[in-house]
Design a protein around this ligand. Structure first.
Ligand code: FNR
Length: 370
């Protein structure tokens, strides 16, 4: 029998109460610029746990200061970050959701202003910093890109160590799922893609070499993450650059098989972000779901997939799971519009498996206990 949106999903010893995940979404709300979570993060993530999502995933949380997209990004490089995130993870868990954290390094897309301040690059003399990348080509901003350093072997080891340290802090904070961010043109994706990786050492050239850093990062995270708890990886299944040598869905399928043998439980399948010249075929409903479906169907190892992108209605989210396009419906912007997307879905689809918090019973007579 196939699963529906409201069926639990066991992953190692963690059981997701349903198949909805709050997609990681940067809030750029660490006003003091130190990466420490604020009341905003508590209320924002906490509300979505009240709303019934199976997983509440944090935004991209930087493993080191240079890995922040903006100075206001959340961080997890220090124990003070874990201390501030611990009550949030605990509240999420108390609501019955599983708390997840996305571990991230922004690579050459780091050091810029937040979107509502223009997303323009920040130079080191203006509050920004030197950014790291596989090669020295900067992100093609029109002007003022921060200095971009091609990483040497020491830098590579520092970054791997930063992911491991971040995973340790995340575990201490009480997160149950660690998601490694290897999508959207950030550092780990920059190593995967021949568009941004021109290295001639062990980390560039062949598929095996371009995927090496991600595999080493995953192994470092796995070495500290408990065996009975899941690790996810978010990838861009394609660079959407059909006219040049770029990352493809076929390589994503190969990568997913490799990651499965490195202890990854689920691939969270997104797309694009490596270059401003990308050509998106479509941004309508479920615009990336076919990639998740292909990866799920064509991998030979045992690995689950999540689909993200343009899933906005209960019927669509349910259909993604029921028709086996993906094991998990990952919902981003609709969760900004409706923090209670899962309760809305349960109510609309008449799913009695989902119980609202008692404080909200009167708003959901169809699914609240008599
Ligand atoms: C995002 N997205 C994103 N992705 C990610 O992997 N880490 C992140 O921190 C962020 N940050 C972020 C902030 C905001 C405000 C938005 C809208 C998006 C991408 C997001 O997780 C998702 O993949 C896309 O929005 C597509 O899914 P939806 O929104 O169509 O459901």
């Amino acid at each position: 029998m196939t699963a529906n949106l409201f069926d639990p999903l066991p992953l190692r010893e963690t059981t997701l109460p349903n198949r909805v995940m709050v997609s990681p979404m940067c809030q750029y709300s660490c006003e003091s610029g130190d990466g420490v979570a604020t009341d905003w993060h508590y209320v924002h993530l906490g509300s979505r746990a009240i709303g019934g999502a199976g997983i509440v995933m944090t935004e991209a949380t930087a493993v080191e200061p240079r890995g922040r997209i903006t100075p206001q990004d959340l961080g997890i490089w220090d124990t003070e970050h874990a201390d501030a995130l611990a009550p949030i993870a605990s509240f999420v868990r108390e609501q019955g959701s599983v708390p997840g954290i996305q571990l991230a390094h922004a690579g050459r897309k780091a050091s810029k202003r937040r979107p509502w301040d223009g997303s323009t690059p920040l130079s080191p003399d203006n509050g920004g910093w030197e950014v790291l990348a596989p090669s020295s080509d900067p992100w093609p901003y029109e002007d003022d890109a921060p200095p971009t350093r091609a990483m040497n072997q020491d830098d590579i080891e520092t970054v791997i160590g930063a992911f491991e340290n971040a995973a340790q802090n995340a575990l201490a904070a009480g997160f149950e799922i660690a998601e490694v961010h290897a999508a959207h043109g950030y550092l780990l994706h920059e190593f995967l893609s021949p568009v941004t990786n021109q290295r001639t050492d062990d980390y560039g050239g062949s598929f095996q070499n371009r995927t090496r850093l991600l595999r080493e990062v995953v192994s470092a995270v796995r070495s500290v993450w408990p065996d009975d708890q899941p690790v996810f990886v978010r990838i861009s299944a394609t660079d959407w650059l059909p006219d040049r040598d770029a990352w493809t869905v076929e390589e994503s399928i190969r990568l997913a098989d490799q990651l499965a043998t490195n202890g990854v439980d689920l691939i969270d399948v997104s797309g694009g972000g490596i270059h401003p010249g990308q050509q998106l075929p479509d941004t309508g409903p479920g615009y990336q779901t076919t990639y998740a479906q292909r990866i799920g169907a064509e991998t030979t190892e045992d690995i689950r997939v999540g689909a993200v992108g343009g899933i906005t209605t209960p019927e669509h989210a349910d259909a993604v799971v029921r028709t086996e396009q993906a094991d998990l419906a990952v919902v981003g912007r609709e969760h900004l519009r409706d923090p209670q997307f899962t309760l809305t879905a349960a109510s609309e689809l008449g799913a009695e498996e989902i119980t609202p918090p008692p404080q909200y019973y009167r708003a959901y007579p169809g699914i609240a206990p008599e």
